[in-house]
Design a binder for this molecule. Structure first.
Ligand code: KIV
Length: 281
């Protein structure tokens, strides 16, 4: 199968009969293989890596170099899924030339497109990145890189005026060239309004069922992340418990001498044992 391209994703509107898009985050080769083999359409190498892998309390701590490192690990698995590289905080806020260079670094690391957070104030940067022939995915609503400006990780667009602003922002982003837009942490009705208002697909997280696709964080979906349980996360497995139990059984076996068994060990041949003058085990 060929890699799903940004132009192919751009036309995936559910109202036009398309199947909903499936996007899951991955940050390294094993998680990328799982997500790709499970048939997801897109792999997001998200800056959520800061929280679910690197142990930070927010996403503000990762750099372009960090993101490129994780994008490259995912890209080495050569998935069919489209790889989206997340531009981290401060990588698209300073100047257009630095923004384009940062986006290019993620593309050179193996991403097929980049994602950035924010509404209309991002339009000039989106246009510059698209002008460098790099497809851009937008991200509006609850934008985790704005955690301090928003006063926490809070649902956005709850008031009529804020909801209208989100619809306008989505239209502007699509007009500026975004091939898809993530809608995070917004009421169901707002996500539906946005999805109806634009020609490119919306991919929701905490935005209800009316988007053109859904995204979840790998560690949330698989139950590795136990610290936070946002309302919108559905856990399809409890791999934290399964992994803890497996390591506990290994520990017990080491301490009792049950691991390793002789069948799990390497042995000298009879001839070499004889040469050494020792009896075989
Ligand atoms: O970094 C990330 O995982 C994201 C998703 C929550 C959309 O941006």
């Amino acid at each position: 199968m060929d890699t799903l391209t940004a132009p192919a994703i751009r036309v995936r509107k559910v109202r036009d009969g398309a199947d909903p898009l499936v996007m899951v985050t991955a940050y390294d080769a094993p998680s990328a293989r799982v997500v790709n083999e499970a048939g997801a359409d897109l792999i997001l190498v998200g800056d959520s890596v800061a929280m679910v892998v690197l142990g930070y309390d927010d996403t503000l701590q990762v750099t372009v170099d960090d993101m490129a490192h994780h994008v490259a690990a995912v890209a080495r698995t050569r998935p069919d899924a489209h790889i989206v590289g997340d531009l981290p905080w401060m990588s698209y806020h300073v100047s257009a030339s630095r923004t384009v260079r940062n986006a290019a670094q993620l593309i050179r690391a193996g991403a097929h497109s980049v994602k950035l957070e924010g509404g209309r104030k991002r339009l000039p940067m989106i246009e510059r990145i698209c002008g460098a022939e790099i497809p851009v995915m937008g991200h509006i609503g609850l934008t985790p890189q704005s955690v301090h400006a928003m006063g926490g990780f809070k649902v956005q667009g709850r008031k009529a005026e804020a909801a209208r602003r989100l619809v306008q922002a989505a239209k502007s982003l699509a007009h500026a060239g975004c091939y898809a837009i993530v809608l995070e942490g917004v009421p169901v009705q707002v996500a539906e309004m946005v999805t109806e208002a634009i020609e490119v697909p919306t991919i929701g997280i905490g935005a209800g069922p009316h988007c053109d696709g859904q995204v979840l964080v790998y560690h949330d979906l698989l139950g590795f992340e136990q610290r936070l349980a946002p309302k919108f996360v559905r856990r399809y497995a409890d791999l934290h418990a399964a992994a803890t139990e497996a390591v506990r059984r290994f520990s017990d076996d080491v301490r009792s001498g049950a691991f390793p068994a002789l069948e799990e060990s390497y042995h000298l041949s009879e001839a070499e044992l004889a040469a050494l003058g020792v009896a075989g085990v």
